[in-house]
Design a protein around this ligand. Structure first.
Ligand code: SAM
Length: 306
């Protein structure tokens, strides 16, 4: 194990970095005064970026969701606290701690914030603090890094050109179903965080609300037992009915419904049926919505059939 020590920026803090990342040299921190949100690993410790380690080593103040988790992360990478304030900031004490952190920032200090895992503000604290920093006209920056939603999307095999992150689904069935309803009209892939305990119930509700769309369940990402299962929603329900609730952390992704491209026969059949009761214009509109075909094309065909 190689230990490197170095001072960072204008500050006196010293960072000792074990050779965890296969590098023998660390760059000087580019930390700016203000708040920097740091992304941390969601599984494998080595997924931390060098810039995040630099920032942890050189910040004047380290704010974190849980001080034990932050210490663990820093210990793992050989970064010492060196007498710097380590301040817990989470949803229960945000109102009380925000002014204290803002005071450090107003004094020109560099404050970093780490949540327990992944990217702060993504189903994690940080939003209110970031808002207050923006409101106060102070600097806000971030080190990009691991995020379960993005990694799950990357591995899901589902369309990634457009996606919606829904966060955690509600605990209770009725609330969960109406929450899911609000996503029905959305294009692209839907991403939800889920607890393994209620995975089976949520998948059932998703099938009820969305129909049997293509889906993926991503589990224990970047950890030893990483697993991504892909298939229609119903296949996941059958699988987890048999295997029971999985262990670990889970992301559920639902792709857009796969419409079968309608054939000419399907179009003609739908139009003939519609024309029995509707005008050409209304029949064309209704069939175009039903089959997802351009209105002009359907209208012209309806005229020809009439
Ligand atoms: N801030 C984190 C991020 O950037 O992804 C999310 C934190 S949220 C409190 C925790 C939830 O994220 C878990 O319940 C799970 O749904 C998802 N998650 C986090 N790490 C994961 C992993 N390694 N594999 C699968 N899902 C994970």
């Amino acid at each position: 194990m190689v230990t490197i020590e170095g001072s960072y920026g204008q500050r006196k803090n010293v960072m000792a970095l074990k050779k965890t990342s296969g590098v023998s040299k660390v760059s000087k921190s580019q930390l700016k005064p203000g708040l920097t949100l740091l992304s941390t690993p969601i599984g494998t410790a080595r997924d931390v970026t060098l810039r995040t380690l630099d920032a942890l080593g050189s910040a004047d103040v380290i704010a974190c969701e849980d001080t034990r988790m932050a210490r663990r992360l820093m210990d793992m990478h050989g970064i010492s606290i060196n007498g710097r304030p380590l301040i817990a900031y989470h949803e229960h004490n945000a109102a009380q701690i925000t002014p204290r952190l803002l005071r450090h920032i107003s004094d020109g200090e560099c404050v970093v914030y780490v949540s327990d895992a992944g990217t702060p503000m993504i189903a994690d604290p940080g939003y209110r603090l970031a808002q207050e920093v923006i409101k106060a006209g102070r600097g806000l920056s971030a080190t990009p890094g691991p995020c379960a939603a993005v990694m799950a999307l990357t591995l899901s095999g589902l369309p990634s050109d457009r996606f919606t992150f829904g966060g955690f689904t509600p605990n209770k069935k009725t609330q969960r179903q109406s929450f899911l309803q609000s996503f029905t009209g959305m294009a692209g892939t839907l991403i939800f965080y889920e607890s393994p305990r209620r995975l089976a119930a949520s998948l059932e509700d998703m099938l009820t609300v969305f129909g049997d769309r293509p889906a993926a369940v991503a589990r224990e990402l970047s950890k030893t037992f990483e697993e991504v299962r892909r298939g229609p929603l119903s296949s996941h329900i059958i699988y987890y009915e048999q295997s029971g609730a999985p262990k670990g952390e889970v992301v559920v992704l639902i792709g857009p419904s796969e419409r079968i491209a309608p054939t000419q026969d399907m179009l003609d059949h739908a139009l003939r049926t519609a024309l029995e009761t509707l005008s050409v214009k209304d029949a064309a509109r209704s069939v175009s919505d039903e089959l997802g075909l351009p209105k002009k094309q359907v209208y012209e065909r309806a005229l020809a059939l009439k």
